[in-house]
Design a protein around this ligand. Structure first.
Ligand SMILES: Nc1ncnc2c1ncn2[C@@H]1O[C@H](COP(=O)(O)OP(=O)(O)O)[C@@H](O)[C@H]1O
Ligand SMILES: O=C(COP(=O)(O)O)[C@@H](O)CO
Length: 581
């Protein structure tokens, strides 16, 4: 249970504020996260890590000498937005480029990728690297699809220690890839976590049972067994990891390994030590020489009761990097590290002029009022269904779809009102709304919905009255853009299963000369049916993919929310073109 919070929607921001206030000697808050208080030494590659909140000390607690130069911090269980990541990276950049590092989750992949592109536009060389250590999340032949859990730490640390040595960006990236290839984790859990403001856990594990391979957002595990003794738990995890040795490690005997026994939130340190006692014995019996083990909380999941074991199979170079000193709020190692003598990190402040919008015609400004009404309806329907969306998402995902959609739609509406008050046309109102949605929601759906509104707004522009055909073309642009960005196709069990038929039906109806409201009504019916039909599909993309069979019978959360939104928008569309209000 998360008991102490104010407004649940503000939990992540308030936690970050308190964290930064408590660790002024190490970190400095910037828009989107934190950077080292002393800044990045000039000429050093900056390693910027990040991910959702709810996993402390990942990710903000790992900022400091010998480890990350900055951390972008998202909402609870949702990736930070591209805008947040860009802001942190710009503040952390020491002039030698930035390596963006995160666990392999769809939202993180989308937002960190977009941030890297924007940084390139800012003249900062940026590369991305996703950690994939969790062996239970995909088969060995699909290891690139695996999610990142406590293996984040050794992989981040190896890259950051290489950066600290002054190596160039390409070399730091190579070290990250090498460390990741030799890092494997496996976890078990005994009870779920409860998100701030929720009155029941995100997921549950039956009494006296253990979920095997459960993810750090409660993604369902690969099996369920009777509650083990501490020794049995140790044996299960060690056996799983010794079965999957990386390339270049033929047998455990004679190898050296960094070992992390990680508590996921509510397993006590004493319990961890009882388990570690057996882990050490089993690895010793297998001939593995343990180097600088860590037993404690390094990647958590609120109050989830669970543990994971991580092994990084060391060679001489990785051992040197693993042993290198570090000094961060949550992770210290070696002799005390002198702080960088540099002056306080300069915080990058974005130069945004939000008091001006492009010129718009009277007609387009009139249409903007309808766009506002539509966004108001969208925020309303999402608010009403937020809990239901979370429940659907929790079946095979991480249960945050309602939270993210609520944050996104609220921010979109606020930005739209601001732009409208400044006299923006329909296109600009939509573009501002999309940017705010992506920025404030983060997560997979934040990136995709930001793209949807931006595509539609770009097509509508600020000059003409949007006709049914123009709106249909905008929705088709959005559908193409979502497929390009997320890489999903119809049948993968995502929002694409609704967006594509919705766009096609709208285009067909508008092309046949129907007025917008009628054309939209037909398309909304198609969308609702398509969303319901996703219940019969097996997920091939996103977080639900490893648990395909668990999601059978439940529609996709993003598909369902899209259908709800198309229906709500229809409710406020006028029967005539969008130029009258
Ligand atoms: N690659 C993808 N392309 C299109 N839509 C996707 C993709 N991956 C996930 N989604 C959609 O995003 C929804 C989840 O959104 P969100 O709650 O933000 O996810 P997460 O917490 O996994 O980032 C899914 O239900 C699905 O509809
Ligand atoms: O869940 C996280 C980010 O992934 P999403 O796909 O946006 O949910 C986060 O907690 C780990 O970085």
């Amino acid at each position: 249970m998360t008991r102490l919070f104010n407004d649940p929607a503000a939990f992540a921001d308030e936690a970050l504020e308190g964290f930064a206030a408590a660790h002024r000697g190490w970190v400095r808050p910037v828009t989107g996260g934190v950077v080292r208080a002393a800044g990045t030494p000039a000429g050093q590659v900056a390693v910027v890590v990040g991910g959702g909140s709810g996993h402390y000390p990942a990710f903000s607690g790992l900022v400091g000498r010998g480890l990350a130069h900055g951390a972008a911090v998202g909402n609870v269980f949702a990736s930070p937005s591209a805008q947040q990541i860009r802001s942190v990276a710009r503040s952390a950049d020491g002039g030698a480029g930035v390596l963006l590092m995160y666990g392999n989750y769809a939202g993180d992949v989308l937002h960190f990728g977009q941030a890297a592109e924007r940084l390139a536009g800012d003249g900062i060389e940026a590369r991305t690297f996703a950690v994939t250590d969790d062996i239970s999340s995909a088969a060995p032949e699909e290891s690139a699809q695996r999610r990142g859990i406590a293996g984040d730490l050794p992989v981040f640390k190896a890259a950051a220690a290489a950066a600290e040595e002054g190596l160039p960006l390409a070399e730091v990236l190579r070290v990250a890839a090498h460390a990741n290839a030799r890092t494997r984790s496996f976890g078990i859990a005994f009870s779920g976590c409860t998100l701030p403001g929720a009155d029941h856990p995100l997921f549950t594990v039956p009494e006296a049972r253990m979920a095997v391979g459960l993810g750090i957002h409660g993604e369902p595990g690969i099996g369920e067994e009777s509650l083990p003794t501490a020794d049995e738990a140790a044996r299960l995890m060690v056996t799983a990891l010794l079965k999957e040795l990386p390339d270049g490690v033929d047998a455990p005997a004679g190898q050296r390994a960094a070992v992390i026994l990680n508590g996921l939130g509510s397993v006590k340190y004493e319990e961890l030590f009882v388990v570690y006692r057996k882990v050490a014995a089993l690895l010793g019996a297998a001939g593995v020489d343990i180097v600088d083990p860590e037993v404690g909380e390094l990647v958590t999941s609120f109050d989830m009761a669970g543990v994971s074991l991580t092994l990084t199979w060391l060679d001489d170079r990785l051992e040197e990097l693993w042993r290198a000193p570090a000094d961060t709020p949550a992770y210290r190692k070696g002799a005390p590290v002198a702080q960088d003598p540099a002056a306080e990190a300069a915080a990058y402040v974005e130069d945004v002029d939000d008091t001006r919008v492009p010129d718009a015609t009277e007609a387009s400004r009139g249409s903007a009022a309808h766009v506002l009404a539509a966004l108001n309806a969208v925020a309303g329907i999402v608010d009403t269904h937020a809990d239901e969306l979370g429940r659907i998402d929790a079946v095979a995902g991480d249960g945050d779809h309602g939270i993210g959609m609520r944050r996104g739609t609220t921010a979109a509406l606020e930005a739209a009102v601001r732009a409208h008050d400044l006299g923006a046309g329909a296109g600009t109102v939509l573009v501002h709304a999309g940017d705010a949605w992506a920025d404030k929601a983060g997560g997979t759906s934040g990136a995709l919905w930001g793209t949807i509104l931006r595509s539609l707004g770009t097509r509508l522009g600020d000059q003409d009255t949007p006709t049914a055909e123009a709106v249909a073309r905008g929705v088709s642009d959005a559908s193409d853009a979502v497929r390009r960005l997320g890489g999903a196709e119809v049948g993968d069990k995502t929002m694409v299963d609704v967006l594509v038929p919705f766009a096609d039906t709208l285009a067909e109806a508008a092309g046949a000369g129907l007025p917008l409201s009628e054309a939209w009504q037909r398309a909304a019916v198609t969308a609702e049916k398509a969303a319901a039909d996703t219940a019969d599909l097996l997920p091939r993309k996103g977080r639900a993919r490893p648990h395909a069979e668990k999601s059978l019978g439940t529609p996709d959360a993003g598909a369902h929310s899209l259908a709800l939104i198309t229906r709500a928008v229809h409710g406020v569309l006028p029967d005539h073109p969008l130029d009258q209000h």
